[in-house]
Design a protein around this ligand. Structure first.
Ligand SMILES: Cc1cc2nc3c(=O)[nH]c(=O)nc-3n(C[C@H](O)[C@H](O)[C@H](O)COP(=O)(O)O)c2cc1C
Length: 359
């Protein structure tokens, strides 16, 4: 036998996730921008898993406050998560096209189509952000949509943080290994939220967790964490039997008391609607998995009419807030994976323990 797999079996012991990250249970609570803050992360870390703070939508002041809350709320390791996209230049033509597509909805609500939308746009990891994170030196930093520059990577590693990053293909896993990542999060197609894809935007490259995890385990020497569709102890056991050292679970945590999931989102998750999800780029400009709602049904979930990520969300903001104020999720990103059966209105500690079969 040759190649990395042979290396695993013959010469090296791949440590389990708890050993690698200094935690008790092989469970990472997935960072989920828009539905949680430090409270969920603190609860999961204190329960022995790895709690994660999504930072893509936090400005420097909010980031500082949330990191301080985490430091004060748990003595255990936690993960701080960032996006690594390249912000696009504003393209007035694409913005105008997108607003034309949305014009009938604006008219329906009597909203001025030229309404300025002040929404927090997702920002990538950068020098200023690193300056704030450095003061806290978190045990783990994770990235979605690739990695920051090699200079910033070196800076993060110089604090002693372990670096995790999402791969949606074998090629991405190999690329991450080459660029200094410590643990790969293999994100299968079942996963809720944004696809972490960064080497290709061809959706035909995207495969399910059971197909992806063993292929990545065989292709790299790094430990691999499985993400996507894992909702209970059976899912965790099957991920481990595919060679993963742990799991990253998102959707199942969204109804937990400590999550900040908006009411319309909670209602959709509890309804039968969560059985119908699709990949859509309507809400941000990049493909993400969410519950099929009115906007996705009427425009089709994927379109070329949106501005580039993350700009598409700006024009939707007034529609979203108007609809949500009357209890409707017609224009909201209702991110959800293909397995919402793990969503329970219980504490995050109980959910975490249930994932490893403990009561
Ligand atoms: C509501 C929601 C928001 C998400 N936001 C992020 C994020 O900010 N950063 C990130 O790396 N992944 C994000 N993800 C993806 C998760 O990291 C993970 O891949 C996914 O939740 C795993 O699949 P599951 O939802 O089926 O458990 C998000 C997922 C959901 C459901």
């Amino acid at each position: 036998m040759t190649g990395p797999r042979a290396h695993h079996q013959m010469s090296s012991h791949i440590a389990g996730l708890p050993e690698l990250l200094g935690i008790e249970l092989p469970v990472i609570q997935a960072p989920m921008a828009g539905v949680q803050d430090s409270a969920l992360a603190i609860a999961v870390s204190n329960a022995g898993g790895l709690g994660s703070l999504p930072c893509a939508m936090l400005d420097l002041e909010a980031l500082d406050a949330e990191l301080a809350a985490l430091r004060d709320g748990t003595a255990r390791p936690f993960n701080v998560n960032f996006f690594c996209h390249t912000p696009p230049a504003f393209d007035s033509q694409r913005e105008a096209t997108w607003r034309r597509v949305l014009a009938p909805y604006y008219a329906g609500y009597g909203i001025d189509p030229a309404a300025a939308a002040a929404v927090p746009l997702r920002v990538p990891f950068c020098t200023e952000v690193a300056g704030v994170v450095e003061r806290f030196k978190p045990a783990v930093v994770s990235f979605h949509f690739g990695l920051p520059s090699s200079g910033l990577m070196a800076r993060v590693k110089s604090w002693g943080s372990k670096v995790l990053a999402s791969a949606t293909t074998v090629a991405e896993a190999r690329w991450l290994e080459k660029h200094g990542v410590d643990v790969i999060v293999a994100q299968g197609l079942e996963a809720g939220g944004h696809r972490g894809m960064f080497l290709s935007d061809d959706l035909k490259t995207q495969v399910g967790t059971v197909a992806l995890v063993p292929q990545i385990v065989d292709a790299v020497r790094l430990p691999v964490v499985a993400a996507g569709g894992i909702a209970d102890a059976r899912g965790v056991a099957s991920a481990m039997s595919l060679g993963a050292v742990g799991v990253q679970v998102g959707t199942a945590y969204m109804l937990c008391r400590e999550a900040t999931t908006p009411v319309v989102h909670r209602t959709a998750l509890k309804s039968g609607l969560a059985e119908r999800t699709a990949l859509t780029n309507l809400f941000s400009g990049r493909p993400a998995r969410g519950i099929v709602n009115r906007l996705m049904q009427e425009l089709g979930p994927m379109t070329e009419a949106t501005p580039s990520f993350p700009l598409a969300s700006a024009a939707l903001a007034p529609l979203r807030s108007r609809a949500e104020s009357s209890g409707s999720g017609d224009f909201s990103p209702l991110w959800c994976g293909q397995n919402a059966t793990g969503c329970k209105e219980i504490s995050a500690a109980r959910l975490t323990q249930g994932l490893v079969g403990a009561r």
